[in-house]
Design a protein around this ligand. Structure first.
Ligand code: ADP
Length: 807
């Protein structure tokens, strides 16, 4: 539950309880006090009023005494008493009495409506109303309690009496009060002696009494009742006689003639038990009133002072009402204040609570707006700084978590790398083993290739080096270590390019970019050099060159790197050199006798020494052809040995390739025509190309390539195309001879440039061949710094290329 709701729920009932408590207090506690005070007040008013009433009654008595001592009245009274009843004198005196009182006395007091003169029995002997003469007023004293006749007739001079107020419709419609006084007459001494005559004065002065009761007279102390009457609307003071009739007008009953019966609590209490009442009760109109009564038993009267309870309680009721309204107002005001003043802090507190909830759920994104400068504002700013510091530490945590994750990632990567390396090593190991096997195979092949050197080669172990993709030496065998002439641990991890150098023909250094290893990396295939490549190596620890044949194989499984098998061909090279020397000597030695054989066989065939029979001629032709073939072979061998021994002195002249090619084609035209081959020459468009070469050397090269193309092309449908052109940079010329002949089987392509090597299909197609032509071509092309190579597909044809550098 929200704090605001709690505040409302708590404050609402609290206010309500306070209001109820105040109302209860006002109603019952204050009410009781109020009631008591009011009643006490009434009591004193009643007492004052009672005395006012008595004072007024005294006034009437004084009037009676005054009249009783009036000389005319007393003389008339004495005269009436002394005159016999029924006499004229008596009648005259009676009339005089009536006239005197009516005219001389009663006009001064309008409330006196009748005056009687009674004899000692109480019988009316004179009256302002002559009809009353003879009326027995004495019995009235007891039956009606209307006057104090007995007391009066027995009283001495100077005493007067009154009795209660009675309602006597036959005398007066309004209640009547009677005063009696005994008439006294002065004797000869001047002393007043009472006579048997009583003056009975009838007052009907209820209005006046009422006025007196209500403070109308100016007697002392009357202000209280007057203000009591004046200041309240329902207050009343009235008299009720023993017959329980209202005898003075009340606020609601102005006319007392209506004979209103008043049978209320104070009336009953007074006349039945002689008690006075100060209490709350129901008045004659059925209204709840607060009142006090004075019981005037002698006068047969009860004086009642009363007021509506509602009026007494009105201020209090209004106070309670005001309090209630005020309370409700206060509640609203309270809520308003809460809304106005407490809402902001509570809202702020709500913000704080919400922010705390959010923070608890992990949302530290927003800070609380500090709206107030009180404790809640302070709390908000404290929570803000808490959130900020949590956020900071979370960020730090996050950062360190990320850091840890990065480190973990790095570790993972390292682990992966490690695993990769391990895998790589395993694979390398496997590959090495495989390649070791391969190397032996290669070694075997090399052995097969150089039969004569087989024993020596097989007895020598090959050097073996494993490198990664960056030429870093990963592994090498003892033979390689031996070749490198350094301890194994110094080589491992070194860049091969930094520790090894390769040389061609002992004098030309081959830069790493031209190494067969680079070719292996590019083509991802095995690259093998041959003895004819005349490679040798040195290392940083060994200056002496070792002639070598290399077999470089890429590592399988996509692992960068390769295995280099170094075959020490020192012995092979020596043998090769020896062979070359032998060939040179042999060919020289063979050349002279062969010339003789050719010459003499030609002479014999041309019948220079006499005719030959057919059989002799046939044999001679065979001799001559064999000698020719042998001569050509020897010629080739001599060519090669000359180059190898560096005996050829090339004389470079500018040669126009177009004219040059045309001449050679012309030379070969008979063979071309014989096989019905279509030979086309495609000179480049940009005009003649001139190369600076020795013409004999170039002739050997082009002639060999063209004659091979013719020889290894099938009859009837042969096509040969010759092309040459200069490269864009103008640095070299590329020359090519293309045929659609038998092609070269894949397995034998690597050995095509080896001396005496002939491919199997060539052996079958052209049995007559030496396998020396291309060896010579290679030697010649390389002698001028060019390159030679071929592209071929078995049964589809071959293209042989060579280049001539122009600079
Ligand atoms: P020969 O031609 O006398 O055998 P070469 O040295 O000229 O010797 O050639 C060596 C080998 O190269 C040939 O035996 C043949 O197997 C192959 N060869 C050369 N030229 C061609 C070619 N144009 N077409 C197919 N094979 C060829």
């Amino acid at each position: 539950m929200k704090l605001r709701t709690k505040a409302f729920i708590f404050l609402g009932p609290l206010f309500l309880v306070i209001i109820l408590a105040v109302a209860f207090y006002a109603q019952y506690i204050v009410g009781a006090v109020f009631k008591k005070q009011t009643i006490d007040h009434f009591r004193s008013i009643a007492e004052q009023t009672e005395s006012a009433y008595f004072a007024f009654v005294e006034n009437m008595k004084t009037r009676a005494l005054d009249w009783a001592s009036d000389s005319t009245l007393r003389n008339l009274s004495k005269g009436i008493l002394d005159t016999p009843r029924g006499s004229f004198e008596r009648a005259r005196l009676e009339k005089e009495f009536a006239a005197y009182v009516s005219e001389k006395k009663m006009p001064f007091d309008k409330t006196i409506f009748l005056t009687d003169l009674l004899d000692h029995e109480g019988t009316v002997i004179a009256s302002t109303d002559p009809k009353r003469i003879g009326h027995d007023e004495g019995s009235q004293e007891f039956s009606r309690k209307s006057h104090n006749f007995t007391k009066t007739i027995n009283s001495t001079f100077g005493e007067a009496f009154t009795k209660g107020i009675v309602t006597e419709a036959y005398e007066s419609p309004s209640p009547v009060i009677r005063a009696t006084a005994r008439i006294a007459v002065p004797d000869k001494d001047g002393v007043f002696q009472p006579i048997d005559a009583v003056l009975l004065i009838h007052f009907s002065n209820m209005e006046k009494i009422a006025a007196v009761l209500r403070g109308g007279g100016l007697q002392e102390g009357r202000q209280t009742s007057e203000s009591f009457i004046r200041n309240s609307q329902t207050s009343d003071i009235y008299l009720v006689n023993s017959e329980k009739f209202l005898v003075t007008p009340s606020r609601s009953i102005k006319d007392v003639k209506v004979n209103q019966k008043i049978d209320t609590l104070p009336v009953r209490e007074c006349f039945e038990r002689g008690l006075e009442v100060s209490d709350e009760y129901e008045n004659y109109q059925g209204t709840r009133v607060l009142g006090a009564s004075m019981c005037l038993q002698d006068d047969g009267l009860v004086l009642i002072v009363e007021i509506d309870k509602d009026e007494v309680y009105a201020p209090m009721t209004s106070f309670v009402r005001r309090t209630a309204i005020g309370g409700v107002g206060a509640i609203f005001l309270g809520f308003l204040l809460v809304a106005l003043f407490v809402r902001r802090p509570i809202d702020n507190l709500n913000d704080v609570v919400l922010a705390a909830e959010r923070a608890a759920k992990g949302d530290l994104g927003t800070l609380i707006e500090v709206r107030t400068k009180d404790e809640i504002g302070y709390l908000a700013s404290v929570l803000n700084s808490m959130i900020t510091s949590i956020r900071n530490s979370q960020e730090e945590l996050q950062a360190s978590k990320e850091n840890i994750e990065i480190k973990a990632h790095i570790l993972e990567e390292d682990l992966k790398e490690h695993e990769k390396q391990q895998q790589f090593l395993m694979q390398s190991k496997k590959a090495t083993l495989n390649l070791l096997e391969d190397s032996w195979n290669v070694g075997e092949k090399l052995q097969a290739e150089s039969n004569k050197l087989q024993t020596i080669i097989s007895s020598i172990g090959d050097g073996l080096i494993l490198i990664d993709g960056g030429y870093k030496i990963v592994l090498l065998n003892p033979r390689a270590v031996e070749m490198f002439a350094m301890p194994r641990q110094d080589v491992i991890g070194k860049d091969l390019r930094e520790v090894m150098k390769l040389w061609k023909k002992k004098k030309d250094e081959i830069l790493p970019a031209q190494w067969p290893i680079e070719e292996m990396f590019l083509t991802k295939s095995v690259v093998t050099t041959t003895l004819e490549d005349e490679l040798s190596l040195t290392t940083v620890w060994r200056e002496k060159q070792i002639p070598v044949v290399l077999s470089v194989s890429p590592l399988g499984g996509g692992i960068p790197g390769g295995v280099i098998v170094i075959h020490d061909v020192t012995a092979d090279r020596e043998l090769y050199d020896a062979k070359s020397g032998f060939i040179s000597v042999a060919s020289h030695q063979l050349r002279t006798p062969l010339t003789s054989i050719r010459w003499y066989s030609e002479m014999l065939l041309s019948n220079d020494v006499g005719p030959l029979n057919e059989a002799q001629k046939d044999f001679m032709i065979e001799v001559h052809d064999g000698a020719e073939r042998l001569y050509r072979t020897v010629d080739l061998l001599l060519g090669i040995s000359r180059i190898e021994s560096g005996k050829i002195k090339a004389e470079k002249v500018p040669i126009d390739l177009g004219a040059f090619t045309g001449e050679i084609v012309k030379e070969l035209s008979s063979q071309i025509d014989e096989k019905k081959i279509v030979l086309s020459v495609f000179p480049p468009e940009g005009g003649p190309v001139v190369v600076p070469l020795d013409s004999l050397t170039l002739r050997q090269v082009v002639l060999n390539l063209l004659s091979n193309a013719i020889r290894y092309t099938n009859e009837d449908n042969g096509i040969i195309e010759v092309r040459w052109n200069t490269d864009e940079a103008g640095k070299e010329v590329k020359y090519s001879v293309r045929d659609n002949g038998i092609g070269i089987p894949e397995a034998q392509r690597s050995r095509i440039f080896s001396k005496f090597f002939r491919a199997e299909n060539a052996l079958a197609h052209v049995p007559d061949g030496s396998g020396l032509g291309l060896a010579l071509v290679k030697e010649l092309v390389e002698s001028w710094g060019g390159k030679v190579w071929f592209e071929t597909e078995e049964r589809k044809g071959s293209t042989f290329f060579f280049t001539v550098p122009l600079v």
